[in-house]
Each structure stands twice: as structure tokens, then as C-alpha cells.
Design a protein around this ligand. Structure first.
Ligand code: B12
Ligand code: SF4
Length: 455
């Protein structure tokens, strides 16, 4: 019997093309286990479980405490689960980016919850769970919220003191990433936090201070994944992997030195890279870098407070491609400073830059962002499945203005995807790269399905 079950709730809608580890609850499971608290993880999206199947599994495990993680788009799914489990579980706690962003509001949205948690929980949650299981009364620890009690999000200052995620409790063989078909994939965070202030970014969990793990601590995890779990592709989801280029260089050097043959992807900002580090990254297995390009118009980059210029984007993409690394560009549509025609110019810009992949998404004011406050103030805030990836849940916030109606957004996204991906030259190059037309049909369609739906 496990005292605690941690759940990544089901994603409603279609089968997700992307299945990646629920890293946050894997960290928590590891911390609980270090304190000898029995714990199991149910990663419902990875296992393809729906709400009923998760509820059945929980009934069999009979935990006293259930912890659910949720982003805002998944909060409805988490709430439905809490309702289903209410009768059979003694305590239910919600953590993750939604609870961190909205705090006490989660209890209005879902009275079935007993507690919530704001921020990073590896250090507090085991102590909290222990107190709860021991029947103690004073449970008001930092980050813990309950109806009527608010708390500030907790940030862990020193990441090297955290245990590695409990990889052995995750359904590793279920994970896959369309950019690496057929390979065992894992995700990692080698740092947390980012000092930039893009208006659409939710800082309520990782905060604005860049907190790196040391290269040695990072390598410990890479080696574990490589040797013990057969991982051959790692996706680094750090907010700002390239904040400290000396650290990146050291990580690359150690990967090579230890003979680890992995391919990896990271996210980067266009104003930070240079040719020399890109060369080191390529040698160490970096295959794809994703840049938040957002728009080809400087007025929009400024409006989004990106802190990047169009010239820097062009240069970063040129250098990355020159280093032999593929480029994925994220773009945002439905930007109030832009017209439909200007957004089409961003698509031509993406084509002109020779991007290998793009993801186009609608502008979304998530709680916890400056954009959210602005959207509420201007009356632009709407919640809808809308022109958004249905696999990301039904609670997607949108910016809807007199000009950027849902229909117009829908139309631009469709047109943009068609224009970028269904070019004969692009399809031909992708077919060559993926080993021929049949491989493209097998793996490439999955890729296009993912690119067309996420972001
Ligand atoms: C990796 C990632 C993804 C992956 C998801 C992988 C997965 N299976 O989880 C992919 C690419 C699919 C993705 C998609 C999306 N993402 Co995303 N993503 C991230 C990213 C970069 C890292 C998440 C992560 O692994 N963090 C590391 C772990 C350690 O943190 P954690 O999961 O939050 O868990 C900690 C705490 O939250 C807490 N905790 C978590 N769960 C629980 C549960 C309990 C019981 C307790 C006590 C504590 C607790 O303790 C954990 C350990 O410290 C974050 C940014 C960030 N810095 O967190 C954005 C982020 C979570 N994503 C975000 C968004 C908006 C999206 C999308 C809508 C895409 C988009 N931009 O339009 C979709 C929605 C997906 C969905 N279904 O929810 C926002 C969420 C904002 C919000 N208010 O919800 C974030 C915060 C980005 C941002 N800064 O704005 N994402
Ligand atoms: S979007 Fe990226 S660069 Fe901008 S603030 Fe968030 S993490 Fe930092």
C-alpha cells in the first residue's frame, strides 16, 4: 500500500502526439521516498488513461493522500478527478503551475480540494505529508494553502541539494517525442528561473532568479538516464538553458568526455548565443534548438517585452544552422499590435530564415502573467478551447479583441500552417532527412500533427 499517490491528470480530447515525463511529480516522489513515505505515480496522459481508469487505479492503491499536478489548461481535468476521488481518499492536494498562479482561488473552483501548494515542493511536501499522515494539526508550512489561508510560492535556492527525479516510478517506455521517433526519451531541467520578463510568461513557479545546477549534478542525471534507462534523446526544458554559456560549455565537455551518445534539444534566446558555443553544443549531440521568435515585427517584440531584436533573431538562426543544428521557431498569432497581413509576413519570415520546424500558437493570457492583467483590464480575456491545441485541455485563455476574433485567429493559424508545411521543397527536404518518403509518412505525419497542435 502506498501512503501517497501523485497524479498527472488525463488530457481531454485527442491522443497526444507528444508524451513526456511528468517531471514535477517525479521530483516529489523522489523526495517522499527519501523520507520513507510510500509513493506511486500515475502519469495518465503517458499511459492513455481517462478519468475513470485513474480513479479505478487509485481505489486499488488505497492511498491516504492524493497529490494532483496541473497547469491551467489541465485544471478542469484535475478538478474532475478530485470530485471522482473525493469519497474514497482522505486528503487531496493540488500543486503545479495553476495552483501556484491563482492561489486560494482553486478552492472556489474546486471545493473538493483540501489543500493546495504554491511553488517548488521538494523540500516542504515530504514534511507536510508526514505531518498529515501522523495526524498532526498544525499543517501551515510555507507554500501550503487551504481554504482561508494563502501563502507565497516557495523557491528552492540551491538546486544541487535536490534528489534526482524518481525515474524508476515513471512509465519510461511510454514516453516519446515526435522529433525523435523510436528513441527512448526523457526531459530534464538543468536550471530553473529566468530573469527576462516576457509578458506572456508565468513566473509563479520558477521565478525570476536563474538558479543553475552544477554541471556535475547535471551529468549525474544524464548518466543515470543513459546507462540505466536507455535514454538516447533528452529534451532540456530549462526556462533559459543558455543563460550561462560557460556552464553550457562544461556540460557539453563532460558529455563528450564520458562517451555519452545522446541527441538533445534545448530552448534558447536569440540574444545570447555565439558561433563557438553552438559548435560545442553540436559536438555534444545538440540536434534542435527552439527559439521563441514570436513575430517578425519589432513593435510586437517590444510589446511582448521580449528584450530581443529582429536582427538578433536572424543572426542566431543563421549561426545555429551554420553549426549544423536544426531550428524550431515558436510564433504567436493574434497579437493586438499586428494585422492579419503583418502576421502573414511573419510566416514568410519563418520561411526566409529557413526554419526547420515552426509552432504557431494563439496569444494566451495565462494567470500569473502580466498579459493576464492586461487582458482582464482591456476586456480581452476569454476562455475557450478555441483555436488552440485540443490536446492541451479545454481551459485555454485567449486574447479576443474587436479585430482578433476567434474566427480570424482560427483562419490565420490554419493558413500559416498550410503555408509553412505544405511547400513542396519543405516536404522533399523533410522526406530526405527522415530517410525517405515512407519514413516521412510514418514518423513525419506524427511530427506535423504535433507541430500543428502544440505550442
Ligand atoms: C515542460 C513544459 C511543458 C511540457 C509538458 C511536460 C509534462 N509532461 O509536464 C509541454 C511541452 C507539453 C508543455 C505544454 C504546455 N505548457 Co508548459 N511548460 C513546461 C515547462 C517549461 C517546464 C515544466 C516542468 O517540467 N517543470 C519542472 C518541475 C520541477 O516543475 P513543476 O512541474 O511545476 O513541479 C513543481 C511545482 O509546481 C510543484 N508541484 C507540481 N505538482 C505538484 C503537485 C503537488 C501535490 C504538490 C504538493 C506540488 C506540486 O512541485 C514541483 C517540484 O518543485 C514550464 C515552465 C516552468 N518553468 O515550469 C512550462 C509551463 C508549465 N507551461 C505552460 C503552458 C502555458 C503550456 C501550454 C499551454 C503551451 C503554451 N505555451 O501554450 C501547454 C499546456 C500543456 C498541458 N497539458 O498542461 C505554462 C503554464 C502556465 C499556467 N498558469 O498554467 C508554464 C509555467 C510556462 C510559463 N512560464 O508560462 N509544457
Ligand atoms: S518566455 Fe522564456 S525568456 Fe521569456 S521570461 Fe519566460 S522563460 Fe524567460
Amino acid at each position: 500500500m502506498s501512503s501517497v499517490v501523485l497524479i498527472n491528470p488525463p488530457v481531454p480530447g485527442k491522443k497526444p502526439a507528444l508524451k513526456i515525463p511528468a517531471l514535477g511529480i517525479a521530483y516529489l516522489a523522489s523526495a517522499l521516498r527519501n523520507e520513507n513515505i510510500g509513493v506511486k505515480i500515475i502519469d495518465a496522459p503517458a499511459l492513455g488513461l481517462d478519468l475513470e481508469a485513474v480513479s479505478k487505479e487509485v481505489s486499488e492503491l488505497k492511498p491516504e493522500l492524493v497529490g494532483i499536478t496541473a497547469t491551467t489548461p489541465l485544471s478542469n481535468s484535475a478538478y474532475q478527478l478530485a470530485r471522482l476521488l473525493r469519497k474514497e481518499v482522505k486528503w487531496i492536494i493540488l500543486g503545479g503551475s495553476h495552483a501556484s498562479a491563482v492561489g486560494n482561488k482553486i478552492f472556489e473552483e474546486c471545493p473538493e480540494l483540501d489543500f493546495g501548494f504554491r511553488g517548488e515542493a521538494e523540500e516542504v511536501f515530504p514534511a507536510f505529508a508526514r505531518k498529515l499522515l501522523n495526524g498532526e494539526k498544525n499543517l501551515d508550512l510555507p507554500g501550503v494553502i487551504r481554504p482561508g489561508r494563502e501563502s507565497d510560492p516557495v523557491l528552492i535556492p540551491e538546486l544541487d541539494r535536490l534528489p534526482l527525479p524518481a525515474w524508476d516510478l515513471l512509465p519510461m517506455s511510454s514516453y516519446r517525442h515526435p522529433l525523435s521517433p523510436g528513441r527512448q526519451v526523457a526531459t530534464m531541467l538543468t536550471s530553473r528561473g529566468c530573469p527576462y520578463q516576457c509578458i506572456f510568461c508565468d513566473k509563479s513557479i520558477c521565478g525570476i532568479r536563474f538558479r543553475p545546477r552544477s554541471p556535475e549534478h547535471v551529468l549525474k542525471e544524464i548518466e543515470l538516464l543513459y546507462h540505466d534507462f536507455g535514454v538516447r534523446t533528452i529534451i532540456f526544458y530549462d526556462d533559459l538553458f543558455t543563460r550561462d554559456l560557460e556552464r553550457v560549455k562544461e556540460i557539453c565537455r563532460k558529455i563528450l568526455e564520458r562517451g555519452i551518445k545522446i541527441s538533445w534539444k534545448c530552448e534558447a534566446r536569440a540574444n545570447i548565443l555565439n558561433a563557438s558555443i553552438l559548435g560545442e553544443m553540436r559536438k555534444a549531440g545538440c540536434e534542435v534548438i527552439a527559439f521563441g521568435i514570436e513575430s517578425s515585427h519589432q513593435k510586437s517584440l517590444d510589446w511582448l517585452n521580449k528584450g530581443v531584436t529582429v536582427e538578433q533573431i536572424k543572426e542566431a538562426v543563421r549561426l545555429t544552422k551554420q553549426a549544423g543544428i536544426k531550428v524550431l521557431g515558436y510564433f504567436i498569432f493574434g497579437l493586438p499590435p499586428e494585422t492579419y497581413e503583418e502576421e502573414l509576413q511573419s510566416v514568410e519570415f519563418a520561411i526566409g530564415l529557413g526554419l526547420d520546424y515552426v509552432q504557431f500558437a494563439s496569444l494566451s493570457p495565462f494567470p500569473g502573467t502580466r498579459l493576464y492583467d492586461l487582458a482582464v483590464e482591456k476586456g480581452w480575456y476569454r476562455e475557450a478551447a478555441g483555436p488552440a491545441p485540443e490536446e492541451y485541455g479545454e481551459r485555454r485563455p485567449l486574447v479576443i479583441t474587436d479585430y482578433w476574433t476567434e474566427d480570424r485567429l482560427q483562419q490565420i493559424l490554419k493558413q500559416a500552417y498550410r503555408r509553412f508545411y505544405f511547400r513542396p521543397g519543405y516536404l522533399f527536404r523533410t522526406a530526405l532527412r527522415s530517410g525517405g518518403i515512407w519514413d516521412l509518412i510514418k514518423s513525419g505525419l506524427n511530427l506535423i500533427r504535433w507541430l500543428g497542435r502544440s505550442g
